[in-house]
Design a protein around this ligand. Structure first.
Ligand SMILES: Cc1cc2nc3c(=O)[nH]c(=O)nc-3n(C[C@H](O)[C@H](O)[C@H](O)COP(=O)(O)O)c2cc1C
Length: 227
């Protein structure tokens, strides 16, 4: 049975969790857009993610929460919004408890290790514990798995999470919005993920149906304008 999980209706900060899959720039852009929008963010970066930041972008992300907050403020060049960073294994953090209210949680990107542990109810770090809390509290949890190809194990774990109420939103690019750059693609992916939670982090070019072709049924007659 699939538990319903919809758009966020609660109040409070959003939990942005980053695990050790490829696509760390998506996490950075998500943080930047959320803070620019004046949102409150509880950020938790897994130990695996800290290694991937180093491997993909040569970045040394500090584990210490205060140092990490200063790091992200400088890196995103955004002073608005509220940011609280958590150590990857701090199981005593507010977001480790169901009594701490949030608007929802996004794991971007989500490694297959993190997906598997959450699907099994094993919470070894704060990312997994916070996800476990969101599922048990029936709060929105959006998981953005990054791996290819997916094995049957990955697919079964993702299915179990969808059945438990998570939304599975893989960061898969689209072309219908006619991206002109990698930045356009990154923005589309990030804005679309948070769209699932009800956030409007940018101008999402929504599909309105195919453009009218001259002479096709329903096309405006020559010389007329459509609204
Ligand atoms: C550069 C790099 C890229 C990786 N990309 C992925 C990936 O896309 N998906 C994945 O599931 N694991 C990926 N991994 C492996 C995970 O980082 C590894 O399994 C790690 O233990 C996950 O830890 P976490 O789930 O605690 O974040 C990558 C590792 C490295 C070093």
């Amino acid at each position: 049975m699939v538990r319903p999980s919809g758009t966020s209706s609660g109040t409070g900060p959003v939990v942005l969790a980053v695990s050790g899959a490829s696509a760390q720039p998506l996490a950075q852009r998500a943080l930047q857009l959320l803070l620019e929008a004046g949102e409150a963010v509880e950020l938790v970066t897994s130990r695996g993610a800290i290694g991937v930041w180093q491997a993909e972008l040569g970045l040394r992300v500090p584990s210490d929460p205060d140092a990490q907050e200063a790091f992200w403020r400088e890196r995103t060049a955004v002073s608005t919004g509220q940011l609280r960073c958590h150590r990857w294994n701090d199981q005593a953090a507010g977001i480790a408890s169901g009594s701490f209210k949030t608007r929802g949680m996004v794991i971007l990107p989500a490694s297959m290790g993190t997906v598997g542990r959450i699907a099994s109810g094993v919470a070894l770090d704060l990312v997994e514990r916070a996800a476990d809390v969101h599922l048990k509290e029936g709060r929105p949890l959006v998981i953005c798995p990054r791996e290819t190809p997916w094995s049957l194990v990955h697919l079964r774990n993702l299915t179990a999470l969808a059945e438990a109420g998570a939304r599975i939103a893989p960061p898969v690019p689209a072309w219908y919005h006619q991206p002109q750059s990698i930045e356009d693609m990154v923005d589309f992916l990030v804005i679309r993920v948070f769209d699932v939670l009800g956030y409007e982090l940018g101008n999402l070019r929504r599909w309105q149906g195919p453009p009218h072709q001259p002479g096709s049924p329903g096309a405006p007659a020559a010389g007329t304008t459509s609204p």
